[in-house]
Design a protein around this ligand. Structure first.
Ligand code: PHE
Length: 337
């Protein structure tokens, strides 16, 4: 009547090569669809002789159940496989060693500041801080740079609302400290400063300065030079480093100097780093102007002092042989590391 065995074998054969749910569904339709084989067998029942109907019905039913079992079994198998693949794809090895991450090192600007702090705190200087947003009086007027002064225009900076500005130098901290403290004084301070400079390999509208102020009785240029020599010898790690004071003008010091150090590249013989002169300019310095002392209520007859301000980037660039200042701001970890 019905060749069950052959049909089942046929199906088993077909199922073997299937790998998608859709393919199984297609096979299923071949049996149970409108024109499916099982559907046809069921329809056929009307034509079976009455006494064989029962037997026939049973056989079709058995066949139908067997086919369903095989098809569902295959579907389960495929679903399991899909799940397995999915799990493999999203597999996370929780025991795996974490990805290596470089932690970098202290930034060269921070390191340079810390190195100079270390030198000066050994001499008994105290570290103080001042605000980056300043009042013009601290940044200019109190430093003997009134509104009409040409030096003020040279340094004009970014003005904010309410007559505030981004400090153009750390010298403003001198004033803030002297107003708060009684002399004698030995302080250093550092931080960001701002100027409307065009940005190039050696200039930035934001840069760091380090300020030093020493107030005592009978302070001389000799004292200033001694400290500058100590500082430069230590910071450039070379006992032969020499310091040259060239007369210069800053409204808040008298006398004022631009300070050069002997070239750390050639030792003073002349090379391309020092442009053949043997000297490199590193900072501004001088003895605190009597007017400044008066402005903060110190008696200039009794107290004198020296002050200097140094560009931190400049020192870092000279010390570590960096030719482009922008490298310091890029935040590339390979540069710091
Ligand atoms: N403030 C000066 C500048 O920014 C540097 C300086 C500091 C000069 C202290 C003399 C004394 O150029």
């Amino acid at each position: 009547m019905i060749d069950k065995t052959t049909m089942i074998e046929e199906l088993k054969e077909k199922l073997q090569s299937l790998s998608t749910i859709q393919e199984v569904q297609n096979i299923k339709a071949q049996y149970f669809g409108k024109k499916g084989q099982i559907t046809a067998l069921m329809k056929n029942i009307g034509r079976i002789e009455p006494e064989k109907k029962k037997e026939y019905g049973m056989q079709v039913n058995e066949l139908k159940q067997e086919i369903e079992r095989l098809l569902n079994g295959k579907l389960d198998e495929i679903k399991k496989e899909i799940k397995k693949q999915e799990e493999l794809k999203n597999w996370v090895d929780v025991t795996a060693h974490g990805a290596e991450r470089s932690f970098g090192k202290e930034h060269l600007i921070a390191k340079t500041i810390r190195d100079i702090y270390e030198i000066f705190t050994q001499f008994g200087f105290t570290v103080v801080e001042g605000p980056e947003i300043e009042e013009p009086w601290f940044n200019f007027d109190a430093l003997n740079t009134p509104e009409w002064h040409p030096a003020r225009e040279m340094q004009d900076t970014f003005y904010l609302e309410d007559d505030l500005l981004l400090r153009t130098h750390t010298s403003a901290v001198q004033i803030r400290t002297m107003l708060k403290e009684e002399p004698p004084l030995a302080i250093i301070s550092s931080g960001r400063t701002y100027r409307k400079d065009e940005i190039d390999a050696t200039h930035s509208a934001m840069f760091h300065q380090l300020e030093c102020l020493f107030i005592d009785k009978k302070v001389t240029v000799g004292n200033l030079k001694m400290f500058l020599e100590q500082l430069t010898k230590k910071i450039f790690d070379n006992e032969d480093t020499k310091v040259l004071l060239r007369p210069s003008y800053f409204p808040f010091v008298e006398p004022g100097f631009e300070v050069d150090v002997s070239c750390m590249n050639c030792g003073g013989k002349g090379c391309n780093v020092c442009k053949g002169t043997g000297w490199i300019e590193v900072l501004g310095a001088g003895l605190v102007h009597p007017k400044v002392l008066e402005n903060v209520g110190y008696d200039p007859e009794k107290w004198q002092g020296f002050a200097f301000g140094v560009g931190v980037e400049r020192i870092a660039m000279l010390k570590y042989g960096i030719s482009n200042m922008r490298e310091l701001y890029k935040n590339d970890i390979r540069f710091i590391d």
